[in-house]
Write a protein that binds this ligand. Structure first.
Ligand code: ADP
Ligand code: MG
Length: 706
């Protein structure tokens, strides 16, 4: 018997050749085929008689092929010409450079043709129209014409038409096996069409209305399951209980706040309250702190660290890069050393402690003020310090979750820039010290509804406002002829004592080429327009120590200009830098551009972001103009998601994004509807045997279909 799990090769007429082609579309089972949803639809259901064709409009006609000619023009243009007659008139059809269509376009065949009606040398005609040759299915109905026809993503030698036929065969065989995973009460309450009907309708629509309802049904199921799974994971998380209890430590907290050089914003205060409440609650915290670049997430996280240490426990903060980890170490030293906390930094290459002056050998490090408090220790000693609770707050890269790192009482873990870590790492870390509270922070802020859907296993705190007094960063698109004046401007800023970043473009995922581009830009600037200034070069191929050296030199203003690949994207904090020049700006996503821009404007001075682009594509121009116009990271992230999709924006699968085939993450209405439903049905998982089993078995990755 053929089932959803049967290999496609068991279907009649699928030999090794076709199987190879199907493999290319990742269609290996009959189920894959059935759940291979069309990319778009062509509406052949509304045909008109030839005599009613209107030049300039998109229309569909049906008739008989006649006078088919394939010609090789002298100019190398290959074309097929034909006429179509339907008893009311004749239209001319022309296909250019598609000689492979010849076998389908046989004289006398019944055909449906769709496209823009044109007038060519006085004849009504279609140029490169889409078409379907009429063929009857065994039951006499037509699969391909006179109806809304699905168009699939195709591959060489596998047409939509072939796919439609095979899907028809497959569906006839396995339709009864398509189980209803949603409980019938939900299907009724949400007025959804049944699963079998929906799948049938998606492949073979009977009307636009029914097709719409089928899409709604399938989209609902995807988002509902995704959210149900997130909520379930969340529940499991809470059931595991908590590593260590906490109380609000008012004394230490106010000591901490009183030494801050600024007042917390209203939003920060709310976030702090939410987080403190959560870490003092019985259930373990799993919370996302969202805020735009520069909105001040660190100090909010620091407050939670303070409370944790004041309760006698340890806390950890994990950053995605060594640069960022070290910067956090430095920043948190300033905030936490006055409270007499002992702080550690652990990365792949470095172990530092602060607040323990009697430990280790003092090395010449960093800024003068820090040399007094901060020392380098051997790794074994570092591990010992952590284990024996002589470190209160441990900051690090993912070295922090390495197997050898053992804590005495780890009660809180903060993860910065969380989308850069896979979901797996999050789980790994939290499995370390019993069950700590977890706070994750993200720099790609997205609207609340979307965040709830994507990170349904997390509670949310959002910083909507920026600290007062931030000047918007003047953002300008610099066309190539204006490049020289941009350098003149940069030099003025350098003369005023400021610094400049120059970011070089992403090159097709190739680090080698990226490094080459940055090296060339560096040489060009250092020998050309900026020869009077000290220019540094930073890229991913440098050794950690070299990278540190360059950033350190830039931080100390021993360098005026830093030329870099996209590695400066996250977190680097150099308040004296006022210009961010982005080469090949059109190659970056909006969120990434926003991250770069966020590297400047961190001090008092007015800052600038220059977007250089040689692209003549009007869409990129439009995108960059839109970027220049808004400073709001939430809006940019949303637009970016619309343009590129979550895979691109967050870095594909590793970030744990749902692999949706039908639903759009930007469909706020459906997101809300499915979340409400998922919340209501979470306690009733037992009433959904199939789905329940799938969710429980899924681990971190749930196949939404199959
Ligand atoms: P992000 O949210 O991007 O991680 P940071 O936490 O690095 O932002 O904060 C950016 C800058 O804003 C830091 O220099 C920080 O000291 C400063 N900052 C944070 N909160 C406030 C505030 N309430 N008022 C003024 N400056 C603040
Ligand atoms: Mg930050």
């Amino acid at each position: 018997m053929i089932t959803l799990k049967s290999p496609v090769s068991e279907l009649y007429g699928v030999g090794p050749k076709l199987k190879a082609k199907l493999d290319r579309l990742m269609l290996s089972t009959v189920g894959d085929l059935v759940f291979y949803f069309p990319r778009r639809y062509e509406d052949y259901s509304q045909t008109v008689p030839v005599r009613d064709l209107v030049v300039g409009s998109r229309q569909t006609v049906r008739g008989t092929l006649w006078q088919v000619k394939a010609t090789d023009s002298r100019r190398g243009l290959k074309m097929i010409q034909a006429s179509l007659i339907d008893g009311t008139g004749v239209v001319r059809l022309t296909w250019f450079n598609q000689m492979y269509l010849k076998d389908q376009l046989l004289e006398g065949a019944e055909i449906v043709v769709s496209g823009e009606v044109q007038l060519y040398r006085g004849y009504t005609s279609f140029s490169n129209p889409s078409f379907e040759v009429l063929e009857k299915a065994p039951d006499g109905s037509s699969l391909h014409v006179g109806r809304i026809v699905p168009i699939y993503a195709e591959t060489e030698g596998l047409t939509s038409k072939w796919l439609r036929q095979k899907i028809r065969t497959a569906l006839d065989l396995v339709k009864p096996q398509l189980v209803e995973r949603l409980p019938s009460a939900l299907v009724v309450a949400e007025q959804l069409v049944g699963m079998q009907a929906a799948i049938e309708e998606l492949h073979f629509p009977s009307s636009n209305d029914n097709l719409k309802r089928a899409k709604e049904r399938v989209g609902f199921e995807e988002l509902f399951i995704w959210q149900l799974k997130s909520l379930w994971q969340r529940q499991q998380w809470e059931l595991k209980g908590k590593a260590f209890g906490q109380r609000i430590q008012t004394g230490k907290l106010s000591e901490f706040k009183s030494q801050l050089p600024f007042e917390l914003t209203q939003g920060q205060r709310v976030a702090v309250r939410e987080i403190l409440q959560a870490i003092c609650a019985d259930a373990p915290m799993a919370r996302l702190l969202e805020g735009d670049v520069g909105s001040g997430k660190t100090v909010v996280a620091a407050t939670a660290l303070v409370n944790t240490v004041a309760n006698g426990h340890q806390a950890a903060l994990m950053a995605p890069t060594e640069i960022l980890a070290e910067q956090h170490f430095r920043g948190l030293n300033k905030l936490l050393l006055p409270l007499k906390f002992k702080i550690g930094l652990i990365t792949g290459t470095k172990n530092l402690v602060a607040g323990l002056p009697e430990t280790g050998v003092q090395l010449g490090l960093l800024e003068k003020s820090e040399e007094e408090t901060c020392v380098r220790v051997p790794r074994t000693q570092m591990l010992e310090l952590i284990k024996t609770h002589q470190i209160d707050v441990l900051i690090g890269t993912h070295a922090l979750i390495g197997g050898e790192v053992k804590f005495d009482s780890l009660a809180l873990v903060v993860i910065d820039e969380q989308h850069r870590f896979g979901v797996m790492q999050r789980t790994e870390l939290t499995q370390k010290g019993g069950n700590p509270d977890v706070l994750v922070m993200t720099a790609t802020p997205i609207p609340r509804t979307l965040a709830l859907a994507l990170y349904g296993d997390l509670d949310l705190s959002i910083l909507e406002e920026m600290p007062a007094g931030r000047k918007p960063i003047v953002t300008k698109i610099v066309p190539e002829p204006k490049r020289a004046s941009a350098y003149t401007f940069v030099i003025q800023q350098l003369q005023e004592g400021h610094q400049t970043f120059v970011v070089c473009p992403l090159i097709d995922e190739s680090e080698t080429l990226e490094v080459k581009a940055a090296t060339e830009t560096f040489a060009f600037l250092q020998n050309g327009p900026l020869r009077e200034w000290k220019v540094g070069l930073l890229h991913g191929r440098l050794k950690t120590r070299e990278k540190d050296g360059v950033i350190e030199a830039f931080r100390r203003h021993e360098l005026d200009v830093l030329v870099s690949t996209s590695v400066v994207e996250v977190g680097v904090d150099i308040p004296n830098a006022t210009v961010m020049m982005i080469e090949g700006a059109d190659r970056f996503g909006l969120s990434q551009l926003h991250q770069f821009r966020g590297r400047v404007g961190r001090g008092q001075a007015q800052s600038y972001c220059f977007l250089l682009s040689e692209s003549e594509n009007p869409e990129s121009a439009e995108r960059l103009t839109a970027f220049a116009r808004t400073q709001n990271g939430f809006e940019l992230a949303e637009a970016d998601l619309k343009l590129r999709g979550p895979g691109e924006v967050f870095g594909a699968r590793q970030s744990g994004m749902p692999d949706l085939k039908m639903a759009s993450l930007l469909d706020v209405r459906l997101l809300k509807r499915t979340r409400t439903a998922a919340l209501a049905w979470l306690p009733r998982l037992a009433e959904m045997p199939v789905l329940g089993r799938q969710i429980v078995a899924a681990g971190s990755e749930l196949m939404l279909w199959h």
